[in-house]
Design a protein around this ligand. Structure first.
Ligand code: Z5A
Length: 212
C-alpha cells in the first residue's frame, strides 16, 4: 500500500511538463492508484484561472510590476491549495500539479531578481503544510523550450521575455533543486520517447520506495 502523495512537475516552457503530467498519471493508474487530481498553476479554480489570464495578458500601456506578478502567482496558488489541493490530499487523493512554488523561486526570483528571502517568507506563511512529496524537474535549454513553445502558438507576456531571463530562470532552478532531496531531474532536451522512458523508469523506482 502507498499513502497518497503530492507530486509537482517543474521546468521552463516547452520542457514537456504537460506530457510528463499525463505520463505520470498513467503510470500511477497502471499501479492501481485510481484517485488522482491533475492541476496546473497558475489556474485550476475559477478565480485562479482568471488570475492566470491577467498574468498572461499583454497590456499596451502598462505591465506587471515584478512584485505584483509574484503576489498574483501566490494568490492563484493559495486559492488552488485551499480549494482543491488540501481537500484532495486529506481525502486520500493523489495530486499532480503542473508547477508549484519552485516556479516562483525560478521565474520571479531567478528571472526577475526578487530576493529569495521574500519568496521564502510567502512560502512559510501560506504553504508550510503543503510540501511536495516529489518534484520532477524537466530540464530543457531555454532555446529548445522556447522554439517548441513558439511552434505551438504565439508567445504570451512571460514567454515573450528575453533569452537572458530564461537563462537566469533555468540557473535558479538548477541551484534550487540541489537543495531538495525529493527531486527527480529529467533531461528534457531529448526526444519524446527517450524522455517518456526516463520518466517511467525513475517514477517506478520512486514508487517502489514509497510502499509502506
Ligand atoms: N509562472 C511563473 O512565472 N511563476 C509561477 O509561480 C508560476 C508560473 C506557477 C504559465 O504559463 C506561465 O506562468 C509560465 C511560467 C509562469 N510562463 N512562461 N513563460 P503556461 O502554463 O502556459 O506555460 P508553461 O507552464 O510553461 O506550459 P507549456 O508552455 O505548455 O510548457 P510544457 O507544459 O512544459 O510543454 P508541453 O505543452 O508539454 O510541450 C510544449 C510543446 O513541445 C508541445 O508541442 C510538445 O509536443 C513539444 N514537446 C514537449 N516535449 C518534447 C520533446 N521532448 N521533444 C520534442 N517536442 C516536445
Amino acid at each position: 500500500m502507498i499513502k497518497n502523495k503530492f507530486i509537482v512537475i517543474e521546468g521552463l516552457e516547452g520542457a514537456g511538463k504537460t506530457h510528463a503530467c499525463i505520463c505520470i498519471k498513467n503510470i500511477l493508474k497502471k499501479n492501481n492508484i485510481k484517485k488522482i487530481l491533475l492541476v496546473r498553476q497558475p489556474g485550476s479554480t475559477p478565480i485562479a484561472e482568471d488570475i492566470r489570464k491577467l498574468i498572461k495578458k499583454k497590456f499596451d500601456t502598462d505591465n506587471l510590476v515584478k512584485e505584483t506578478e509574484l503576489l498574483l502567482m501566490y494568490a492563484a496558488r493559495i486559492q488552488l491549495v485551499e480549494k482543491k489541493i488540501k481537500p484532495a490530499l486529506i481525502n486520500g487523493i493523489w495530486v499532480i500539479s503542473d508547477r508549484h512554488d519552485l516556479s516562483s523561486l525560478a521565474y520571479q526570483g531567478g528571472g526577475l531578481g526578487i530576493k529569495k528571502k521574500i519568496i521564502a517568507k510567502l512560502q512559510s506563511l501560506f504553504l508550510y503544510n503543503v510540501i511536495p512529496d516529489l518534484t520532477v524537474y524537466m530540464d530543457v535549454l531555454p532555446k529548445i523550450g522556447l522554439a517548441r513553445a513558439l511552434k505551438r502558438n504565439s508567445l504570451d507576456s512571460i514567454e515573450s521575455r528575453s533569452l537572458t531571463f530564461f537563462q537566469k530562470t533555468r540557473n535558479s532552478y538548477l541551484k534550487n533543486i540541489k537543495e531538495d532531496k525529493n527531486i527527480i531531474k529529467i533531461n528534457a532536451n531529448l526526444n519524446m520517447s527517450k524522455v517518456t522512458q526516463n520518466i517511467t523508469k525513475k517514477i517506478l523506482n520512486w514508487l517502489k520506495k514509497q510502499v509502506i
